[in-house]
Write a protein that binds this ligand. Structure first.
Ligand code: PLP
Length: 369
């Protein structure tokens, strides 16, 4: 197997405003077919072992420098390793019997019962299943939303790209609602758009924690806006709780997610919930700052960037030591930049507010006050 380094442009139009690193050096392998004689197969084995060993090292190194995405790298699948050798498949709908016996539906029902209780749905009045991740949860939530074939999907600009992808896949019109700098939907804009499309039902994605800023849309405000605009009984609400859906129940004063309110579906994510302890200590797990100019640095720490901002997500694998090294490097890079007369600090007022923006314009406004 040969490895060649290529540069690939990693911009997905689906990502829209959230563009992750622009250039990424990826190793690309060429697959060669297995040799026919047993001797040659044996001879090839060490190079395969070597390749896999390198891949493992690569993942270890990348995990040790991971700050940008809300995924815990502290993952222990030990007890589950014993199931890797089975072709477990929960074929079809978990509530429709199947004669494929190698499944884990008994666990799926337990998980669903647990959430039904948490979100106050009467027993046996729900449907759901354990998906492969948050995106698939959104695809299902919004598909159910298609009970309204004439409907329009409304989602804030800060929604996860899977929401916009769902709209494309289902060929449903999607209207993006502006957000305030905190990342929450702007309800006045939502209202304007609803009134412009008053004849068509509304399918609304409500963010329970946006990917970049961790913002939680105000469900009650969204429901009352719908009702005030004449949408009573003509709306469907899906809550994307991939980021914070599992954190809310453990935070005092947090708004409560419950099916007693007129919502149709909620999706949550297992691999993102693991940040609970950090979230509780500081209320938020995400720190947003000016996007560093140095792409190599951005890639080293795998920072997720959107426009002029980047963010760090504090997950359980992130140690004080790791953050210390990161902050020191960040400060060094920024100091070096400031020495450059050509450099001007980017404006981040739209993203994190004027009072947090150090660009010339906003500095001047502040000093003239
Ligand atoms: C990460 C995320 C998703 C998608 O989850 P995957 O498991 O990556 O498919 C959806 N919505 C939000 C808000 C997210 O942060």
């Amino acid at each position: 197997m040969e490895a060649s380094k290529i540069s690939c442009l990693q911009v997905d139009e689906q990502l829209d405003s959230v563009q992750f690193s622009l250039t990424n050096v990826v190793e690309r392998y060429v697959i060669d077919e297995p040799p026919e004689d047993a001797q040659a197969v044996l001879k090839r084995q060490p190079s395969i072992d070597n390749l896999l060993g390198h891949f493992r090292q690569h993942l270890q190194e990348r995990s040790a420098h991971h700050l940008g995405h809300p995924l815990s790298q502290k993952l222990d699948v030990g007890p589950l390793a014993q199931f890797q050798h089975f072709h477990i498949n929960n074929i079809g709908d978990p509530f429709v019997e199947s004669n494929y016996g190698i499944h884990s539906r008994q666990f799926v029902y337990a998980v669903l019962d647990w959430f039904a209780h948490l979100w106050e749905i009467p027993k046996d009045q729900y449907w759901g299943y354990v998906t492969n991740g948050g995106s698939e949860g959104n695809y299902n939530g919004l598909l159910v939303g298609e009970l309204y074939p004439e409907g329009i999907i409304y989602a804030s600009r800060d929604s996860h790209y899977s929401i916009f992808k769902a709209a494309k896949m289902y060929r449903v019109q999607c209207i993006k609602i502006d957000t305030s700098f905190s990342g929450q939907m702007r309800y006045d804009h939502f209202r304007t758009k609803l009134l412009e499309n008053a004849r068509r039902p509304a399918i609304v994605n409500v963010n329970i924690g946006t990917t970049v800023k961790g913002a939680i849309d105000d469900l009650d405000e969204i429901i009352s806006t719908l009702e005030n605009c004449g949408f009573r009984d003509r709306f469907y609400i899906h809550c994307d709780g991939a980021l914070a859906g599992l954190m809310l129940p453990f935070i005092k004063q947090a708004p409560k997610l419950t099916f007693i309110k007129p919502i149709g579906s909620i999706s949550v994510s297992g691999h993102k919930k693991i940040g609970i302890s950090a979230f509780m200590n500081s209320k938020r797990t995400i720190v947003v700052f000016e996007r560093p100019k140095d792409e190599v640095f951005v890639q080293k720490w795998q920072l997720a960037c959107a426009g002029n901002i980047a963010h760090v997500v504090v997950m359980p694998h992130v140690s004080f030591e790791m953050l210390g090294i990161f902050v020191e490097e960040l400060a060094e890079k920024r100091y070096a930049l400031l020495q450059d007369k050509e450099f001007s600090i980017p404006c981040v007022a739209m993203d994190i507010g004027q009072e947090n923006c150090l660009c010339k314009l906003h500095e001047n406004i502040r000093s003239s006050l």
